[in-house]
Design a binder for this molecule. Structure first.
Ligand SMILES: [Zn+2]
Length: 435
């Protein structure tokens, strides 16, 4: 009898669920499966599983938008429309031998222009999974704008993160970069690393410090390091990553060997040339994490369960919004740099107040820190022997001390990529042009 009651309730749930979820979804397309489960239980005193909620949402979406499979037929048309309506846009797709959708790559013309004119030559690459009916992955390349904000450059929709998909994405990305040398910050996904080696060569690939620390922490645990010692070892990994010279790197490596021989060996076996400033052959701008890419994944969160056409149209609207906002923000700058860079300068100037200095020429100085350690600063071509200025683009505290009485403006000494960018926008105009 009890079983019968359960079955009757289940049938009741199935009958009611379709109309109920359609109604809920119609009024609020951000409705999550969990919300459907909760509201349904509240209305009908019948509990649904998460999967039932998810299916109900998918059916509601299909009822409102049509079957998700039909959206793939519109991809070629929408790619053409993007290319025709937004100059210099790259929007291409591929299909299987049976004519089914396979891959999509999009990079808008104004994003490309803005990246080349106003962003540092460093890109964060990442992937996130899509949660709609056909699942799949979104691959992305994001840059830092002049004020350290997110700058979306390109994305792809693919079936998975396999070798073929990453390779295809990277080949298209290289077209967008138009021969510009860039640093690619990534996690250690094998397909991604293999693709970078094939398309860009491996040297420009910097490994995300966050992922590296996670791998190191797992290894340290396997060697019996408990919480406090593991924390101390992780601090040394940070010191190794931010070390700017071979001498400093080896100093910290000796300390790690002293703590545990296996940990020192792990560092040597894990290619420091991809994650330590001391050996990485390009300027990393001290951007050692892919968190910008993860920020992009959060940014597209509301699009992740939509069909591909809704994703594409939603994405173009979001990028339009972000580029217009950046354009407006740059026009309101009261200084030659943005507020985040100004904050970094102010911090360094504060530290510099305790330093002594003496000029050796109109543009060269010796600066002494509070421990009387000596640093050689050259205003032309913007270098300090601590190497921090060259790495980050912002004058270090030693340089700030030297610049203060030099007659130069501090803003002339900031790397040009950090000041007055000319970011593109979806109308193709530049800041300062009349709208
Ligand atoms: Zn310095």
């Amino acid at each position: 009898m009890r079983l019968m009651r359960v079955l009757i309730r289940r049938q009741f749930a199935v009958n009611k669920l379709g109309g109920f979820s359609r109604m809920q979804f119609w009024t609020n397309q951000k409705f999550r499966p969990r919300d459907i489960c909760n509201d349904f239980e509240h209305a009908f005193q019948c509990r649904l599983t998460y999967k039932q909620g998810w299916r109900a949402k998918e059916r509601a979406k299909e009822f409102i938008n049509g079957p998700p499979s039909s959206s793939f037929h519109l991809v070629p048309w929408l790619c053409r429309r993007l290319v025709e309506s937004i100059p210099d846009t790259r929007a291409i797709w591929t299909s299987t031998d049976e004519g089914k959708f396979k891959q999509l790559f999009v990079s808008y013309g104004p994003s490309i222009v803005g990246f080349h004119k106003g962003c540092r030559p460093i890109l964060k690459l990442d992937a996130c999974f899509l949660t709609g009916y056909y699942r799949g992955h979104c691959l992305s390349a994001s840059a830092h704008d002049a004020n350290d904000g997110l700058y979306p450059l390109a994305y792809a929709i693919v079936s998975s993160e396999n070798d073929d998909d990453w390779l295809w994405f990277l080949v298209n990305l290289k077209e967008v970069l138009q021969g510009r040398q860039v640093v690619l910050v990534t996690d250690r996904n094998h397909s991604l690393l293999n693709g970078i080696i094939k398309v860009f060569g491996g040297e420009c690939n910097a490994w995300c410090l966050h992922h590296l620390r996670e791998n190191f922490s797992t290894f340290a645990s396997s060697k019996g390091l408990k919480a406090n010692r593991r924390k101390a070892a992780l601090k040394l990994v940070n010191d190794l990553a931010y070390a700017r010279t071979d001498e400093v790197f080896k100093f910290h490596l000796r300390r790690l060997y002293g703590m545990n021989e296996h940990l020192g060996k792990w560092v040597e076996d894990n290619n420091p040339m991809h994650w330590s400033n001391a050996y990485f052959p390009f300027q990393s701008w001290d951007k050692m994490y892919t968190n910008m890419a993860e920020c992009f994944n959060n940014w597209i969160m509301p699009l992740r369960d939509m069909d591909i056409i809704q994703f594409m149209t939603g994405h173009v609207l979001k990028v339009t919004d972000i580029l217009v906002r950046k354009r407006v923000a740059i026009q309101s700058w009261k200084l030659p740099v943005g507020d985040k860079i100004e904050e970094d300068i102010k911090k360094n100037q504060f530290v510099a107040r305790k330093y002594m200095h003496r000029p050796t020429s109109p543009t060269e100085f010796i600066v002494y820190n509070t421990a009387r350690k000596m640093f050689a600063v050259k205003l032309i071509p913007r270098t300090c022997s601590c190497l921090a200025w060259k790495m980050s683009g912002v004058p270090c505290a030693h340089a700030c001390r030297a610049i203060e009485n030099s007659g130069f403006s501090i803003y002339d000494m900031v790397d040009p990529f950090l000041s007055h960018p000319k970011l593109g926008n979806m109308t193709g105009r530049e800041p300062g042009e009349n709208s």
